[in-house]
Write a protein that binds this ligand. Structure first.
Ligand code: DAH
Length: 354
């Protein structure tokens, strides 16, 4: 009887060590302490031992039973603590906003193009700036050398808010003045050139079709320092476009009119599909119009607090306004601009892998 108890104790201890959860403990309770369990078995054997030994063995079995009960109880409490802790941890990992029955989402094609450009410009030492969507007349037009009633305003009819003098910006150029003011001090005092790009959503009162939207994205850039010339402009544009299209691109400048640059240009790239021979994508011209740009008009620099006279220093700069939406259409081969604002997930996610 004694050796039987010792054997059972060894078995019990081994199983207890391996028991990893409450069901395993419960199974042990049944096996050792249950109605048909090992302790009951020992009790039955007690009937067979001689009378004078019954008391001693009876006590032995009882204290063995108590020992197992206590050990199981300690193990149960320990496991319960662990299980509660695990429940708390997994509750923290649970994210209520995660869709359950949808495929994993993807970035909007315009976001992808925007981020790619931001990285390219950052690597060339440009700061990336954010700017308001609601602006005033001064920033959107007057600070850009577009006085009230100037015919150039007709091209940029936008949405006016009920609040006086507040409108939705019609181009990212609306941030130029604020950026010149923000970085002007470091230019004058520390000689740090102003180099910034500022992507943003723009709005225009447009009739919508496959090529026109009332809401679209641009990325503006300016660089201002002593002796900035058209060569600098061409260098940065060519480098940026070669990165975006992952090949060496050929660019050309044509004269273009924008009141805030003088001279102003339209920058074209040689068609990447036909290599300049002429094809339907470039309307047989061999060139694609991509990015208006130019040398910042002295009036615009002056509005931004930047000196344009020889004394103490004469500053010059270039600016460009890249159509992000347009670039995304070219890069991903999107033929209809409306796709971008319809927010049809199936339509938008398909461009990503291209
Ligand atoms: N803001 C102009 C537009 O949306 C584009 C533009 C043209 C921006 C010339 C520039 C520039 O910075 O130099 O039509």
């Amino acid at each position: 009887m004694r050796s039987k108890i010792q054997e059972l104790k060894k078995m019990f201890d081994r199983q207890l060590q391996e028991a990893k959860d409450s069901p395993a403990l419960e199974q042990m309770r049944v096996e050792f302490l249950g109605k048909k369990g090992n302790i009951t078995g020992l009790m039955k054997e007690l009937g067979k031992v001689p009378n004078e030994q019954k008391k001693e063995y009876g006590q032995m079995i009882n204290s063995f039973k108590q020992q197992l009960t206590d050990q199981l109880e300690v193990a149960r409490k320990e496991l319960q603590k662990q299980e509660e802790l695990m429940a708390v941890n997994s509750a923290e990992a649970y994210d209520e906003s995660m869709p359950t029955d949808h495929p994993v989402g993807s970035y909007h094609p315009i976001t992808l193009v925007q981020r790619e450009l931001e990285e390219i410009f950052k690597s060339m030492g440009f700061d990336v700036e954010d700017y308001n969507e609601i602006v005033d007349d001064f920033h959107c037009f007057e600070a850009l050398n577009i006085p009230k009633f100037h015919p150039a305003r007709d091209m940029q009819d936008t949405y006016y808010l009920d609040t006086p003098n507040q409108l939705l910006k019609s181009h990212t150029s609306a941030a130029q003045n604020a950026i010149m003011i923000k970085y002007g001090k470091a230019l004058k005092e520390e000689g740090r050139p102003i180099k910034a790009v500022f992507p943003g959503r723009c709005f225009r009162n447009e009739a919508i079709d496959a090529c026109h939207e009332n809401t679209f994205f641009q990325m503006e850039g300016i660089m201002i320092d002593k002796d900035i010339s058209i060569s600098n402009l061409i260098y940065f544009m060519k480098t940026m476009l070669s990165e975006v299209f992952e090949r060496d691109v050929t660019v050309r400048l044509r004269p273009g009119f924008f009141p805030f640059v003088e001279p102003g240009f339209e920058l074209d790239i040689q068609c990447l599909i036909c290599g300049g021979e002429g094809c339907p994508s470039c309307k047989n011209s061999g060139w694609l119009e991509l990015c208006p740009c130019g040398m910042i008009h002295p009036n615009v620099l002056r509005y931004g607090g930047i000196n344009t006279e020889e004394e103490p220093y004469k500053y010059t700069g270039f600016a460009f306004g890249l159509g992000l939406t347009r670039l995304a259409m070219m890069k991903y081969g999107v033929k209809d601009i409306r796709v971008f604002n319809e927010y049809d997930l199936n339509a938008l996610s398909q461009f990503i892998s291209k």
